[in-house]
Design a protein around this ligand. Structure first.
Ligand code: PHE
Length: 341
């Protein structure tokens, strides 16, 4: 019996040597140590042994079971470690390899201008309002005191959907929407796309951006208008940029003015960019016409206001020395990639 036991042990250990997976180890365990495994089978014959031999064989069998179980546990540990090693090896990353570059989008220069302008006016206490690009003729023209025969109403200047609906030609209709919705005091800005049936060239695009501003309250004067816009010019273009108010005419403001600032390129000397005059027009403004206030249900005896509207494309072009408005709408990556953070 002793020989048989030793034989089993020998076979078990040499089989264990060959084993490669935890599944095979388990198979081996069942084969040798399981309920009907080799060891048990042998021990069934214990009854035929002599009294003296029985405990000795029992001891040997116990020893064998213990050492075989231990060997199985060790083997499993070893296999697990080897598996882990293989995994680490397979999933190894060489961090010294050059990375794959991810193409990054950049903020469009017009968007940068819009964000900065909004910041400037929010700091001055303005709130941001919105209005639709598809507007009523009433909001875009009538309520803004635009004469029925004003040339800007013509089909050659304005995109109409039908006689009462159009693509807004400026952001001024947001003034109307705001005044109809809010009681004074009002201090709002609005940014958005506008559309005019214009030529397309270096300075004109049928779609462009404007920012509108409106302040309505008691005792608002032309001095407030000038102070606000001069502060805005200083913040956006720097301390030494000069601004000039030039009388102008808009149906919805009275008096009206246009504001020119010193040319960013020649600083007032006169150059190709400013057409030799040293100044560039950046916005239209004025005191809100009493008729416009009344149309919106605001008492023009009690309240006054000022408004301004500026072309953001032109401002963007000036800030980044872009000499053709079409670059802003072409979506040419070579152009856009130049505007890093
Ligand atoms: N809406 C005018 C334009 O498009 C600008 C403007 C706005 C003028 C507000 C005065 C007051 O040219």
């Amino acid at each position: 019996m002793k020989e048989k036991l030793l034989e089993i042990r020998g076979a078990f250990f040499s089989a264990l040597e060959e084993v490669l997976t935890p599944q095979e180890v388990e198979k081996l365990r069942i084969e040798y140590l399981g309920k009907s495994g080799a060891l048990r089978e042998i021990l069934k014959q214990m009854g035929s042994l002599s009294k003296e031999e029985r405990p000795r064989m029992g001891e040997l069998a116990n020893e064998m079971r213990d050492s075989m179980s231990q060997a199985i546990a060790d083997k499993l540990g070893e296999l697990e470690l080897r598996l882990l090693d293989r995994k680490v090896e397979e999933e190894k990353i060489d961090i010294t390899l050059p990375g794959e570059s991810q193409p990054m989008g950049r903020v469009h220069p017009t968007t940068k201008t819009i964000r900065e302008l909004i910041d400037v006016f929010i700091r001055m206490g303005f709130v941001l309002e919105e209005g639709p690009e598809v507007e009523s003729v009433y909001n875009n023209f009538d309520a803004l005191n635009s004469p029925k025969d004003h040339p800007s109403r013509g089909l050659s200047d304005t995109f109409y959907f039908d006689p009462s609906t159009l693509l807004r030609t400026h952001t001024s209709p947001v003034q109307i929407r705001t005044m109809k919705k809010m009681e004074p005091p009002i201090r709002m800005i609005s940014v958005g796309r506008c559309f005019r049936n214009d030529e397309i060239d270096a300075t004109h695009s049928p779609m462009f951006y404007q920012m509108e501003g409106l302040v309505v309250g008691e005792g608002i004067s032309m001095a407030d208008l000038k102070g606000t816009l001069e502060e805005f010019v200083r913040q956006l273009f720097g301390e030494d940029t000069k601004s000039v108010f030039r009388p102008h005419n808009f149906p919805f403001t009275e008096p009206s003015a246009e504001v020119d600032i010193t040319c960013f390129k020649c600083h007032g000397e006169g150059c190709r960019f400013c057409g030799g005059v040293g100044f560039i027009e950046i916005l239209g403004c004025g005191m809100v016409h009493p008729k416009v206030l009344e149309e919106c249900g605001i008492d023009s005896e009690k309240y006054t206001g000022f408004a301004f509207g500026m072309g953001l494309d032109r401002i963007t072009m000036m800030r980044y020395e872009i000499d053709d408005i079409r670059y802003l709408y072409d979506n040419d990556k070579r152009f856009l990639d130049q505007f890093r953070r």
